[in-house]
Design a protein around this ligand. Structure first.
Ligand SMILES: Cc1cc2nc3c(=O)[nH]c(=O)nc-3n(C[C@H](O)[C@H](O)[C@H](O)COP(=O)(O)OP(=O)(O)OC[C@H]3O[C@@H](n4cnc5c(N)ncnc54)[C@H](O)[C@@H]3O)c2cc1C
Length: 308
């Protein structure tokens, strides 16, 4: 369970206290404030605070005194224009602060996104909980034969059982030794900052993560993508749902131009123009490498259908 009853009570208490404010408020985001969205087996994402809404993006773009809103359709059109033309600074006027609980190996990927502010739970100061990410059986897969950075077919039968057993046993054994080393009964007790080196990368950590909307969308573009590792993608997907409620115009534009759109090289664009004129372009006549051609065909044919 990601939250203890005490933590749940704290959240309910926070949500029960309301104040009047002159600040811009996003109704969609108010529904998410403080609540925890479960992710993986023990993780979560929850919104701690936020600043701005769709109107704040327009207000900054127009550098206006009022709310920035001219009309709803006008605002959406402006946001789409900004997104289409990479006019990114108005999106930086919105901010979000998240509390995230995630396995350490996911945190290592996440922390590469440098354009955010982070404060992590200290394993020098505190004792980490006995909580490890153990994948669902159907998330266990073999190494991909075509992509060195990916998964292939699902593990089956006895092999899947054995992998799960190893993951559980090793995590428990390491945690037992962690406790044993820091335990003070009849011994000095090893410092927490040293004992933690024995813990595996699937143990959970927590942090507060604050980022502006422009850099958050960049994070989501990379981590909600089908090529991202499943374990970080599920966090990105949960955040996408929050952003869709927070800034619906900006999120729709992001889905359209970034998540659903594609960038074509000059060579690929030339091929497309030749194809539209009726030429049967092949990889050999395209001027593209095999890899580029495969990706180009992927763009033209759309995402693979389930079962294909
Ligand atoms: C599918 C996938 C596979 C990956 N594989 C690997 C891997 O094998 N090994 C590995 O090390 N990493 C890997 N990464 C991490 C990747 O290289 C980036 O570090 C990560 O995605 C963060 O992206 P970013 O630097 O654009 O983001 P941020 O750090 O948030 O930066 C956002 C933007 O700000 C600018 N910026 C930020 N800091 C600087 C700076 N110091 N100098 C100049 N410009 C800056 C850049 O324009 C950058 O795009 C992988 C990422 C993905 C999505």
């Amino acid at each position: 369970m990601p939250l203890t009853p005490e933590q749940q009570a704290e959240i309910e208490n926070q949500r029960s206290t309301t104040r009047e404010t002159l600040r811009a408020v996003s109704e969609g985001m108010e529904r998410h404030l403080y609540t925890a969205i479960p992710v993986l087996d023990h993780g979560f994402v929850r919104v701690i605070d936020y600043m701005g809404d769709d109107a704040a993006i327009c207000q900054a773009a127009r550098v206006s005194y009022g709310k920035g809103t001219k009309s709803v359709s006008n605002d959406e059109g402006l946001i789409r224009y900004l997104m289409r033309h990479w006019h990114s600074t108005p999106f930086e006027m919105c901010e979000i602060k998240l509390h995230v609980k995630l396995p350490v190996f996911v945190a290592r990927q996440w922390i590469r996104h440098r354009t955010a502010n982070v404060n992590e739970y200290s394993a020098r100061y505190s004792i980490l909980d006995r909580e490890f990410y153990i994948p669902e059986r159907d998330a266990l897969a073999a190494q991909s034969r075509t992509n060195n950075q990916g998964r292939g077919a699902a593990l089956e039968g006895e092999e899947a059982d054995r992998v799960l057993r190893i993951l559980r046993d090793d995590a428990m054994r390491c945690y037992d030794h962690y406790e044993e080393m820091i335990g003070e009964d009849g011994q000095q007790g090893l410092a927490r900052e040293l004992a933690r080196m024995n813990l595996p990368a699937n143990i959970y950590t927590q942090w507060y993560w604050k980022v502006d909307l422009h850099n958050l969308l960049h994070f989501l573009r990379l981590r909600a993508d089908a090529h991202a590792q499943y374990e970080i993608r599920v966090y990105a997907d949960a955040i996408c749902d929050v952003v869709a409620d927070w800034v619906p115009f900006a999120f729709r534009a992001f889905e359209d131009y970034r998540m659903g759109g594609a960038t074509l090289s000059a060579t690929a664009l030339d091929c497309l123009r030749r194809m539209l004129k009726g030429e049967a372009v092949t990889q050999e006549t395209s001027g593209m490498s095999k890899g580029e051609w495969r990706e180009f065909e992927g763009i033209l044919n759309g995402p693979a259908q389930p079962g294909s």
